[in-house]
Design a protein around this ligand. Structure first.
Ligand SMILES: Nc1ncnc2c1ncn2[C@@H]1O[C@H](COP(=O)(O)OP(=O)(O)OP(=O)(O)O)[C@@H](O)[C@H]1O
Ligand SMILES: [Mg+2]
Length: 245
């Protein structure tokens, strides 16, 4: 993916949440966003996904302008895959029905095709036997994986994930992170906000460290972590010791 951000600003009333942010990335397949709470990570992600208007600046994702003053934003939003911390499944629909709903109703994909596609991912992520369960009968990890499948089925080029594991019991974290890792097999590109440093190190090509509404550090992952010893800023995150097999 290519991301170009020029002089981006976002305020909430008098609070300056994103401060003249600039970024130019080319050919990155996976981007990790880390940093302290309240730094502006989710705000940036909501802007990049076309969900939150910004005050000033310019954004291009794969050379396409993210323009809130144009009705193209509706198409842009429709074609962007976003996975949030809370999985937002409809309680009155089964897992399978939740997956195919946006595909069928918003993207007008014929129902048989929706089911084929959903079944493909349900099998891939070992959830096929759970497809007819309602969310109340699924574990948190299963629900989050269903919501990831729902996003995958939309075939968006880039998937944006905002702390997809933080609402989960730690025992589910690994299965979600392994699911995200396997997005690479599907040739999907992703932008992920997470506090799981070990995961970012393993799964992301490039890292942004955002604090106080600014990108205070950025680099290719290997360089970024090589600098850990010089850079005390990461110390507070280092206790995240999750390992992924
Ligand atoms: N709708 C809003 N109205 C007012 N302030 C907001 C709003 N949304 C976010 N903020 C403020 O903007 C700042 C950045 O918030 P944001 O949610 O982007 O942080 P974050 O880096 O994602 O933090 P966390 O790691 O805790 O999720 C915070 O100080 C937050 O209180
Ligand atoms: Mg956040």
């Amino acid at each position: 993916m290519d991301i170009e951000i020029k002089n981006l600003n976002k305020t909430f009333k008098s609070f300056h949440a994103i401060k003249n942010l600039n970024l130019s990335l080319k050919n990155i397949n996976s981007l990790g966003i880390i940093g302290p709470s309240g730094g502006g990570k989710s705000t940036l992600l909501r802007i990049l996904t076309g969900l939150l208007p910004f005050d000033s600046g310019e954004i291009y994702i794969n050379n396409l302008k993210v323009d809130f003053n144009d009705k193209s934003i509706l198409d842009y939003r429709k074609n962007i895959g976003v996975v949030f911390q809370s999985y937002n499944l409809f309680p009155h629909l089964t897992a399978l029905q939740n997956i195919i709903l946006p595909l069928n109703k918003i993207h007008k994909v014929p129902i048989e095709l929706c089911i084929d596609k959903a079944n493909y991912y349900l099998k891939k992520f070992n959830l096929f036997e759970h497809k007819d369960k309602y969310p109340r009968n699924l574990s948190g990890g299963q629900m989050q994986r269903i919501s990831i499948i729902r996003t995958l089925c939309l075939e968006s080029k880039i998937i944006f994930l905002d702390e997809p594991t933080s609402a989960l019991d730690p025992s589910f974290t690994r299965e979600i992170l392994n699911t995200i890792l396997s997005l690479k097999d599907e040739k999907k590109e992703y932008v992920i906000i997470t506090h799981e440093l070990a995961f970012v190190q393993k799964s992301c090509e490039y890292i942004l460290f955002i604090e106080n509404g600014e990108i205070s550090h950025k680099d290719y992952t290997e360089n970024f972590f090589n600098k850990i010893h010089e850079n005390k800023f990461l110390n507070k995150f280092i206790d995240s010791t999750l390992t992924i097999n």
